[in-house]
Write a protein that binds this ligand. Structure first.
Ligand SMILES: Nc1nc2c(ncn2[C@@H]2O[C@H](COP(=O)(O)OP(=O)(O)OP(=O)(O)O)[C@@H](O)[C@H]2O)c(=O)[nH]1
Ligand SMILES: [Mg+2]
Length: 196
């Protein structure tokens, strides 16, 4: 029996700690490169097609967006990184904005780092993975767009990536927003860490 989402709603958005909601329940942040599928992944998890705006144009989400899930969790959609065409001024804001977020959420328990299974772990993803423990946060490594591979190739790709970053393949969650792959597994990680 999996976790049931009865209610998922937008709470607020902002760039600085004074905009954030009270830190009164376990929180999960979702980070990753632009266009990787973060917003789609959140929608798939909460089973709401349009809760979070998705886009074919990378770099659309520039704010930190908070969503409430039941009365149990906050899910936070972080702005994507690594997109070349974003103006320099916006790129410069990303680091301080995300550090200001990570350093000011005592309720933050996990950071879901969303990557494209085809691309694997890029340098900026790896930096985020390594930074998470410094903020007292457990990184959860998720590889989305797994629908682009057949099952065997998908598992093979997971082993390759795990080897690259010296991780246990079992630690890597394969996901697809279009096919619903990995939804149960990711919920299991979230509920375990979030104490539900
Ligand atoms: N095939 C496939 N396409 C996906 C999947 N998830 C997302 N996409 C597509 O990838 C594109 C980007 O998805 P978003 O969810 O908006 O990505 P994002 O990471 O939130 O992007 P930014 O907010 O711009 O950083 C869209 O065209 C989605 O339809 C998936 O699991 N499989
Ligand atoms: Mg997005």
């Amino acid at each position: 029996m999996g976790y049931k989402v009865k209610n998922a709603e937008f709470v607020t958005s902002g760039t600085r700690p004074k905009h954030f909601p009270p830190a009164d329940r376990p929180e999960f942040a979702f980070g990753g490169r632009s266009n990787v599928g973060k917003s789609s992944l959140i929608n798939t998890l909460v089973n709401r097609k349009k809760l979070v705006k998705t886009s074919k144009t990378p770099g659309r989400t520039q704010l930190i967006n908070f969503f409430g899930v039941n009365e149990d969790f906050y899910f936070v959609d972080l702005p994507g990184y690594g997109f070349a065409k974003v103006p320099e001024s916006v790129k410069k804001q990303w680091g301080p904005m995300v550090e200001g977020y990570l350093g000011n959420r005592p309720n933050l328990v996990g950071m879901v780092i969303v990557m494209d299974l085809r691309r694997g772990v890029q340098e900026d993803d790896f930096e985020l993975i390594m930074a998470a423990p410094h903020f007292g946060v457990q990184p959860i490594l998720v590889f989305t767009k797994a629908d682009k591979y057949k099952k065997n190739a998908r598992m093979q790709r997971r082993r390759e990536i795990a080897k690259d970053i010296e991780a246990d393949p079992e630690e890597l969650v394969l996901f697809s927003s279009t096919q619903g792959i990995g939804v149960e597994q990711l919920w299991q990680r979230i509920t375990e860490l979030g104490g539900r």
